[in-house]
Design a protein around this ligand. Structure first.
Ligand code: SF4
Length: 488
């Protein structure tokens, strides 16, 4: 689905994109300067609020640094970084992320050990996402600056430690261990921009023709230099992408360093459906499927939902009575440290062991329920397309990426909306906007599902049946958001 191949506008857009990519490469020093500015702002916003007194009810975004930092991190940064993945790929990772910049910088001065097998384990994006999501809720990371310092600061320290030990000027943390790497990897599959590798041009860059093009003229007489060996500048791809074999946008951090490399790599415009539909057949993995079905559409929804679910309080009440009847009192103790369970007595916000246990059970339970509830219709659709094929199941699950991404954006932006409300900004338009985004995400998911089914279906009727089998999965996700935003 090469856009340039289809229209003159596509050719023009590709020209602009390639120039943009080249600009990023040639202005790399500005990119690095911008990274240090972001590092500075990020450090101030996670460290200073942690030593300030907690804000009271009257504090506002522009009157208290803690509220300001809350708004910046959870109201703007998180939802819009996520959105940027879909719009421009992982530019945030390669150009602005402070954690990646620090990890790479330390890596340049570190021990340069080989990357061990445990770091390369493919399950980290899922496990790290689930762990951070659940832990963030246990310590109320959206509300309290000490929790922010622990979660974000802890992640940054870990990124630097990994950078120090492994690789040379590389982003080993970002590639394998970052808790949001898996999410960004999935979202960037929908980006309309990617660095495309021209395999023929790459191959030709070894030949004599290319040598003539790349060799400067003889300095003595200006005659063309016919030497065959040309030293092509190596490129340091910090997130360790095998550039020659690069497919799609999900591993690439869009830093632009390889733009124009061997005259074979250029930033290129593509259809946002290309990567899922055309490449998912061999690029989709089981861990990615688990992250979509259980992580983004289960655990993340549970984490957004538990505070507004009225049945959560009822379940707690029932369990409390059951425990009291049996004289089991230790779950009511509120003695867990703040770094394990929320514990801010002055704010009258303290979790007992019962609260903590229930919230973890609720979030993980949502992961299980949604995982199974989504896997069943997906499995049905996979089977309707022909004999069972697990890779096809993985491929089909990627059609749900727009719906999963939209949900995370809506969940995160719910906090933005609350903060705006607190600032007195009118938010009457939010319900309509949510509905519009959900409808758009559903349509996009259906379009991707159609593209994927088309690749496997042996007949039109099978294709339609498989697509219809996916509808309960969409309905289940939509029902969860309807509960959260319109019913509860
Ligand atoms: S492949 Fe590597 S060097 Fe090239 S843009 Fe992506 S991250 Fe940067």
């Amino acid at each position: 689905m090469d856009i340039a191949a289809r229209s003159p506008i596509g050719t023009r857009l590709n020209g602009l994109a390639a120039a943009l990519g080249d600009g990023l490469r040639t202005h790399g020093h500005w990119v690095r300067a911008a990274q240090w500015v972001v590092v500075l702002v990020y450090s101030v916003l996670i460290v200073v609020p942690a030593v300030l007194p907690l804000p009271d009810e009257t504090a506002h975004v522009f009157t208290h640094l803690t509220v300001f930092s809350q708004f910046v991190f959870w109201g703007i940064w998180w939802p819009f970084v996520l959105l940027s993945m879909v719009l421009v790929g992982r530019v945030w990772c390669g150009v602005l992320c402070p954690e990646g910049a620090l990890s790479e910088w330390v890596s340049g001065k570190g021990r340069n050990h080989a990357i061990p097998r445990w770091v390369r384990w493919g399950g980290w994006p899922f496990v790290a996402f689930v762990g951070t999501t659940v832990y963030g809720q246990m310590v109320s990371v959206y509300q309290y600056p000490k929790a922010v310092l622990l979660v974000l600061g802890g992640s940054t320290v870990a990124a630097m430690a990994i950078g120090y030990w492994y690789g040379r000027e590389k982003r080993v943390w970002c590639k394998y261990l970052c808790p949001v790497n898996g999410v960004f990897n999935l979202m960037s599959k929908l980006a309309p921009l990617h660095y495309k590798v021209d395999a023929d041009a790459w191959r030709a860059s070894y030949g004599p023709q290319s040598a003539l093009q790349n060799t400067p003229p003889c300095p003595a007489n200006g005659a063309p230099n016919t030497a065959r060996t040309v030293r092509i500048q190596p490129v340091n791809c910090a997130p360790l992408v095998a550039m020659r074999k690069m497919e799609g946008a999900s591993d690439c951090h869009m830093c632009g360093r390889c733009s124009g490399h061997r005259d074979a790599i250029a930033l290129t415009v593509r259809s946002p459906n290309t990567e899922v539909v055309a490449l998912g057949g061999h690029l989709a993995t089981g861990w990615q499927t688990l992250l979509i079905l259980v992580g983004l559409l289960g655990i993340a929804i549970g984490a957004f939902q538990w505070t507004v679910n009225p049945h959560f309080g009822e379940a707690k009440q029932w369990l409390a009575e059951w425990l009291i009847d049996r004289e089991v009192m230790w779950p009511f103790a509120e003695n867990a440290p703040w770094w394990l369970l929320t514990n801010y007595p002055a704010q009258r916000d303290v979790f007992s062991w019962l609260d903590g246990g229930l919230l973890v059970t609720y979030i993980l339970g949502m992961g299980l329920v949604m995982g199974v509830g989504l896997a069943l219709p997906l499995a049905g659709a996979t089977r309707l397309l022909g004999p069972w094929h697990t890779q096809r199941f993985y491929h089909l699950s990627q059609a749900l990426i727009p719906l999963a991404g939209c949900g995370i954006f809506l969940g995160l932006s719910a906090l933005t909306v609350n903060l705006l409300k607190h600032e007195g900004v009118p938010v009457y338009w939010v319900g309509d906007m949510r509905l519009l985004l959900l409808v758009g995400a559903n349509l996009w998911t259906l379009a991707l599902a159609q593209g994927v089914c088309q690749r496997y279906a042996t007949s039109r009727s099978r294709r339609w049946l498989a697509q219809a089998a996916l509808l309960p999965a969409l309905a289940l996700v939509n029902y969860q958001w309807a509960l959260m935003f319109w019913i509860w």
